[in-house]
Design a protein around this ligand. Structure first.
Ligand SMILES: Cc1cc2nc3c(=O)[nH]c(=O)nc-3n(C[C@H](O)[C@H](O)[C@H](O)COP(=O)(O)O)c2cc1C
Length: 382
């Protein structure tokens, strides 16, 4: 079974992940992983932190001669900002300047009460979305396996604030994808890109922040990943839950989920067809998953992020000693929606890789290929 654990504080020495259950003999190109890490740092609207960090991944175990060994894989990303926080983060000496004012919209207060802390930094350091850097690396690592089976996962910004770029585009087309990934906000339309940047600038000038929505699409996913048999084996539970877990995400929609709730059954059923012996659907309103199982159509998820909660406006809060006070401002992003798309693409990659390995399990890549080819032959009709 594929699994991973990650650790590390936002301003600690490094972020680390250990991946277990990854098969042997999978070629790994670290440049592909670092490309995703780089995309995560890009995107208009980020704050000072991304100017400090120049993230790159180190593979510390589990890979030799360019291929996986089947043993645990250790990935790490150093926090360059640690040098500015070494006394704050010292493992031995308690730091005097404690944070006692919780920010609304964060884990600050709930975390401090739950773990009985008198310094909110203990919460902030791990609750921070900095953790998504290493999760992105894990997903990008998994992509090295998935791409051998022609799986392609792509992201696109659909909206920032109330600026929408949601016209249908062919995200399987490399030229379209190149255009999206060279946009400053990872959207398709150049005019909408300008509007989104202006909206971010306006919000920043007003001490405010913005959220938005990203689309993640996965292509060439075989029919049969996940199961209807139990709730936690459902592909929508697994992928949806993982996307929901990304910091700031408040809603996940598969296919036409939201408009489906306002439609009639006759308008939403995806009629079944067959082409060259392979089953498909005439439409993809379900977003590639029916009954908890992938149906061979692209998996399409829209992920909705709330506005960044830390704002430069005074808001009411109550400190750890029960005193009503005004909010405290921390260095912060104005908008992280472009980064969200990159993170969610890689989060989906990890979950799909896990589902894939459950279906086509094997200790080495060669066994997985045999299992995959046999299965595709079995589900084909002549
Ligand atoms: C890439 C990324 C960057 C983020 N940057 C910030 C930030 O600079 N300031 C902030 O207040 N929240 C930021 N957030 C959102 C918070 O991490 C998140 O709202 C908070 O941890 C509370 O979690 P919840 O919104 O899921 O409940 C960011 C989220 C992501 C995904």
């Amino acid at each position: 079974m594929l699994r991973f654990l990650d650790s590390g504080e936002s301003h600690g020495k490094e972020l680390t992940a250990i991946i277990d259950g990854f098969p042997s003999n999978v070629p790994i190109d670290i440049n592909n992983i670092n490309k995703e890490i780089e995309y995560r740092m890009m995107g208009y609207g980020r704050g000072l932190r991304m100017g400090i960090e120049k993230d790159f991944v180190e593979i510390k175990s589990g890979v030799r001669g360019g291929k996986t060994l089947g043993s645990p894989i250790t990935l790490s990303i150093h926090n360059l900002d640690y040098k500015n926080f070494s006394d704050v983060m010292d493992m031995g000496k308690e730091y005097d300047n404690k944070i006692i004012v919780p920010r609304p919209g964060h884990a600050d207060l709930n975390g401090a009460l739950k773990y009985n802390f008198n310094d909110i930094r203990n919460v902030m350091e791990r609750a921070s979305a900095r953790e998504t850097a290493i999760r992105t690396a894990v997903g990008a690592f998994c992509m090295e396996l998935l791409k051998i089976f022609d799986v392609k996962i792509v992201n696109r910004t659909i909206s920032i604030g109330n600026i929408f770029d949601n016209d249908e585009v062919n995200m399987q087309d490399d030229r379209v994808l190149k255009k999206i990934m060279s946009s400053n906000v990872f959207c398709y339309d150049n005019e909408k890109e300008k509007d989104m940047i202006n909206a971010i600038d306006d919000a920043k000038q007003n001490g405010d922040t913005l959220g938005g929505c990203c689309q993640i699409s996965a292509f060439n996913i075989p029919v049969g990943l996940g199961s209807y048999s139990f709730y936690d084996r459902r592909a929508d539970y697994r992928i949806g839950g993982a996307l929901m877990s990304v910091q700031g995400v408040k809603s996940v929609e598969f296919g036409e989920g939201i408009s489906a709730s306002k439609s009639k059954g006759s308008m939403m059923d995806d009629e079944i067809s067959i082409k060259n012996g392979i089953y498909n659907r005439l439409t993809n309103n379900a977003g590639g998953i029916e009954g908890g199982i992938t149906n061979g159509m692209p998996i399409v998820a829209k992920v909705y992020m709330k506005p960044i909660p830390t704002i430069k406006k005074e808001i009411q809060t109550v400190d750890l000693y029960g005193n009503k006070v005004k909010d405290r401002y921390e260095r912060s992003d104005t908008c992280a929606v472009p980064a969200l798309g990159v993170i969610c693409k890689n989060v989906m990659s990890y979950e799909l890789c896990r589902l894939f390995l459950e279906k086509f399990s094997g200790d080495c890549l060669e066994d997985i290929k045999v299992s995959y080819d046999n299965y595709l032959r079995r589900v084909k009709r002549n």
